[in-house]
Design a protein around this ligand. Structure first.
Ligand SMILES: C[S@@+](CC[C@H](N)C(=O)[O-])C[C@H]1O[C@@H](n2cnc3c(N)ncnc32)[C@H](O)[C@@H]1O
Ligand SMILES: Nc1nc2[nH]cc(C(=O)O)c2c(=O)[nH]1
Ligand code: SF4
Ligand SMILES: [Mg+2]
Length: 257
């Protein structure tokens, strides 16, 4: 589906009925996490409440673009990929949109397995089969030196918003969840350990180390080549799971993959 040229990052509130700002909708293999390799339709909404400097979906966060699609049309396009039983709702941050719930309900009614890729700052009540939570570490903050667009104007807002323990605890308690951390280097591990301790004391349910995944930061094969062995070693050292970025291995940074 082509990406429109509109740059409004707000939800599609002028649309009659349930609708979402869609940046791209495509069929691929799940490239990250426990379901890596699973044929899946990806629905990528536009708009995000954070601004990670490394965001691999720049046109949903830093310079959002979208086409407004009714939920009915999204479902119809999902169904056109008739070999897929899995749908991944991602973004941007998909849970900023009220109508994400409507979409998930319709997909659930049709029997799809739903994964939601979320930064973990927002909890919603919806039929989610896998909450794929990627809490954002301090190393994601768009400091003036790392800002891809300006001079660090988003740094404070990002820093204030990136961790919400209540939302994280509720997501872990209500859903089958994985915690998938983007790792830029060994210095990230102390923050992962202390955040995990905080989430474990907030959530009622147990979080097993096998539900904690370390994913190397990188949007291209070259970037991943430079970092993935170090992250694999960290996973072994700490007893967490490693997740590759299969889509980058297969298709590098091509859109709609
Ligand atoms: C674009 S985000 C959209 C969903 C949600 N906003 C989030 O961050 O979880 C999808 C996934 O890509 C990860 N990601 C984004 N940029 C990345 C990068 N440069 N390297 C590795 N993972 C990245 C995120 O952490 C998240 O797991
Ligand atoms: N193939 C593929 N797998 C993915 N898993 C999570 C993705 C995302 O951007 O949320 C993603 C993506 O963009 N492509
Ligand atoms: S939270 Fe997700 S979509 Fe938002 S800027 Fe970070 S990686 Fe990109
Ligand atoms: Mg992606």
């Amino acid at each position: 589906m082509p990406v429109s040229s509109t740059t409004d990052e707000q939800p599609a509130d002028d649309f009659d009925g349930a609708a979402l700002p869609v940046n791209e909708l495509f069929y691929s293999l799940q490239g990250e996490g426990k379901l890596t390799g699973m044929p899946s339709v990806f629905v990528r909404t536009s708009g995000c409440n954070l601004r990670c400097w490394f965001c691999d979906s720049y046109h949903t966060s830093w310079e959002p673009t979208h086409a407004t699609m009714s939920v009915d049309d999204i479902v119809e396009e999902v169904q056109s990929h008739d070999d897929a039983g899995h749908v991944v709702l991602t973004g941007g941050e998909p849970l900023i949109h009220d109508d994400a719930v409507t979409l998930l309900e319709q997909l659930d009614d049709l029997g799809y397995h739903t994964t939601v890729e979320t930064n973990g700052t927002i909890h919603r009540d919806a039929p989610i089969d896998l909450a794929s939570i990627s809490p954002k570490l301090a190393s994601s903050t768009p400091t003036p030196e790392k800002d891809p667009k300006g001079d660090g104007e988003w740094a404070d807002r990002h820093e204030e918003r990136r961790i919400d323990l209540d939302a994280l605890g509720a997501l872990v308690d209500d859903y089958n969840a994985q915690l998938k951390f983007v790792v830029t280097g060994p210095d990230d591990l102390s923050e992962i350990e202390s955040l995990l301790a905080d989430v474990r004391s907030t959530a009622a349910s147990r979080i097993s180390d096998s539900d904690v995944l370390l994913m190397p930061e990188g949007t291209t094969r070259d970037e991943l080549d430079a970092r993935q062995n170090e992250v694999a070693d960290l996973a072994m050292e700490y007893g967490y799971r490693y997740t590759p970025r299969l889509h980058v291995d297969l298709w590098n940074d091509a859109p709609e993959t």
